[in-house]
Design a protein around this ligand. Structure first.
Ligand code: FAD
Length: 430
C-alpha cells in the first residue's frame, strides 16, 4: 500500500516519486503520463491521491530570511512546524495557520488554507508574495500576486503544477503565549451573538456539540484570543502522545461521542473564563496526539466542511445541525468559524460567513446523510471545502464555485488537464 490521506479512505496502491531536485522532477514529468503532487498527506480525502504520486515533503530547505521585513523564502516541502521551530524564538509567527502545523508550504498554497483569523487576515495566499512552480511541460515559472497562474494555483489543489519554492511574509510577535477567553453558550443564537461580540479579536473558533437537540442545538465553547506581550519567546514543540494502532471499529459510536461531548462541555466554566496558553495549545490542540486519525478504525473517516454566506448562516446551520443530530451520527470534532471576505482565487473555499467542519467515521449510510447535507448547503448558497472532501458529486461541487469554468479553461489552455490529476479532480471534473 502506498501513501494515504489523513482520513485513511480511500486506500489505493500508488507509485511514489520523491522530489529531490528540479532536474529529476523534469525527467519524471516527461516520462509520467499522469500524477498528483502530495505534501504531508494532511488533506482528508482524495485530492492528493492518484496512482502516481509526486511526494514533495523532502524538498525542504530554507533558502533566505530577511530579519527586517520577516520575509522567508523556502522550498515547498518545508513544514509549518519547521518554520515555528526556527522562527518563534526570533519573534516571528505565521500570518495564517490552519489547525495543524504538520502541513507543507506547497499544501498550504494548493489548498489556500485558512486559520482562526480568516475574518482579519484572509487565506494563506494573502501572505504569499511569490512562488516558483514547474508546469506540466517542464517549464519553471515565477509567479506573483495578480498573475492568473497565482489565482489558479492558490486553492487549485495541485492541478496547475508542482510548487517548488515560495516567498512568504511572517508576523512579528513578542510572546509564545496567547491570552485566551472562553465563552460558553447555550444554543446557536447565543453562539452567533458571541462571535459577533468578539469579532474584533484576531483569533476565534467554536467547538460545537453537534449531538445536542431541540433548544440546545448549537451550544458551544467559543475560544477567542490574541498574542500576549510578555516577551516570553522560549518556544519548544511539545512532546506528543501517539495512538499506536487503529482502534476497532466499534470503539467509536454514538454513545462514546455523546459522552465525550457532554464531558467536554461540562468541564468548561459557565459564562466567560480566561487563561494564558501557549501556541501549541491554542492553535494545534490535535497535533498533541500523534496519529489521532486511528481512533476511527482502519475503515477510515472523512471530514465534512461547508461554509454558508452570513445572511443565511443561522437558518442553514440550524437545518444542518438538526439533520445531523437526528441521524445520530456523531462527531467529536465539530468546529464553527467566522470568515471574512472571499478572495479572487478560482477555487479558494472561504467566503464571508460561517463554516462548520465535522468528522465522521466511514460507515453504512454516511454518504447518504452527507448527500442530504449537500442539498442544504446548496439551498443556503454555500460550498464545501475540497481539501476535506472525498465524495461530493461534480454537480453539487459546481453549484458552490462560480469561478470553476475559469479554472477549467485555464487548465485546458495550458495543457494541465491531462498530466495533473487526482482521484478528486476526475470525480468532480475539474
Ligand atoms: C488536524 C487538522 C487540522 C486542519 N485544520 C485546517 C484548518 O484549520 N484550515 C484549513 O484550511 N485546513 C485545515 N486542515 C487541512 C490541511 O491544512 C490541508 O489539507 C493542507 O493542504 C494539507 O497540506 P499537506 O502538506 O499535508 O498536503 P497534502 O494533503 O499532501 O496535499 C493537499 C493538496 O496540496 C497539493 N500539493 C501538496 N504539495 C504540493 C506542491 N508542492 N505543489 C503543488 N501542489 C501541492 C496536493 O496535490 C493536494 O491537492 C487540517 C488538517 C488536519 C489534519
Amino acid at each position: 500500500m502506498g501513501l494515504l490521506s489523513w482520513g485513511m479512505y480511500p486506500k489505493i496502491k500508488n507509485k511514489i516519486f520523491s522530489l529531490r531536485s528540479k532536474e529529476a522532477l523534469g525527467a519524471y514529468i516527461e516520462k509520467t503520463d499522469e500524477f498528483i503532487p502530495h505534501g504531508n498527506g494532511r488533506s482528508y480525502g482524495d485530492c492528493a491521491l492518484n496512482e502516481n504520486i509526486l511526494y514533495a515533503k523532502r524538498y525542504n530547505n530554507f533558502l533566505a530570511f530577511d530579519e527586517l521585513s520577516g520575509t522567508l523564502t523556502c522550498q515547498a516541502g518545508v513544514l509549518l512546524s519547521e518554520i515555528l521551530d526556527t522562527f518563534v524564538k526570533r519573534g516571528w509567527f505565521l500570518k495564517v495557520t490552519p489547525g495543524t502545523k504538520l502541513i507543507t508550504i506547497g499544501g498550504a498554497i494548493a489548498s489556500d488554507v485558512h486559520g482562526k483569523n480568516h475574518h482579519v487576515e484572509g487565506c494563506f495566499s494573502e501572505c504569499v508574495l511569490a512562488f516558483d512552480i514547474m508546469l506540466p511541460n517542464g517549464e519553471i515559472k515565477s509567479c506573483k500576486k495578480g498573475d492568473e497562474l497565482f489565482r489558479a494555483t492558490c486553492g487549485g489543489m495541485g492541478l496547475t503544477g508542482v510548487i517548488l519554492a515560495a516567498k512568504i511574509n511572517l508576523k512579528k510577535i513578542n510572546s509564545k503565549n496567547i491570552n485566551q477567553t472562553t465563552i460558553k453558550t447555550k444554543n446557536l443564537k447565543e453562539t452567533f451573538e458571541a462571535f459577533e461580540n468578539y469579532q474584533e479579536m484576531p483569533y476565534s473558533v467554536a467547538w460545537i456539540d453537534c449531538l445536542a437537540k431541540d433548544e440546545e442545538i448549537g451550544k458551544s465553547l467559543l475560544m477567542v484570543g490574541d498574542f500576549a506581550d510578555d516577551g516570553d519567546l522560549d518556544y519548544k514543540s511539545k512532546k506528543k502522545l501517539s495512538i499506536p494502532f487503529n482502534f476497532p471499529s466499534f470503539a467509536l459510536n454514538n454513545l462514546s461521542v455523546k459522552a465525550f461531548n457532554t464531558l467536554y462541555y461540562a468541564k468548561a466554566k459557565d459564562g466567560v473564563s480566561r487563561q494564558k496558553v501557549d501556541i501549541d495549545t491554542f492553535f494545534y490542540p490535535l497535533d498533541a496526539i500523534g496519529n489521532w486519525n486511528r481512533i476511527y478504525g482502519s475503515g477510515g473517516f472523512t471530514q465534512y466542511q461547508f461554509i454558508l454566506p452570513k445572511e443565511s448562516s443561522f437558518e442553514g446551520l440550524k437545518e444542518i445541525l438538526t439533520k445531523i443530530s437526528a441521524s445520530g451520527k456523531g462527531s467529536f470534532l465539530a468546529v464553527l468559524k467566522l470568515y471574512g471576505k472571499e478572495n479572487g482565487n478560482y477555487l479558494s473555499f472561504p467566503l464571508e460567513g460561517y463554516s462548520l467542519a465535522l468528522d465522521f467515521k466511514i460507515e453504512a449510510g454516511l454518504f447518504e446523510l452527507l448527500n442530504t447535507l449537500d442539498e442544504s448547503v446548496v439551498k443556503y448558497g454555500g460550498r464545501i471545502y475540497l481539501t476535506k472532501d472525498v465524495r461530493v458529486s461534480s454537480e453539487m461541487f459546481e453549484k458552490g464555485y462560480p469561478l470553476v469554468e475559469k479554472f477549467r479553461a485555464f487548465r485546458r489552455e495550458n495543457n494541465m488537464d491531462k498530466k495533473l490529476n487526482s482521484l478528486q479532480s476526475k470525480r468532480i471534473k475539474i
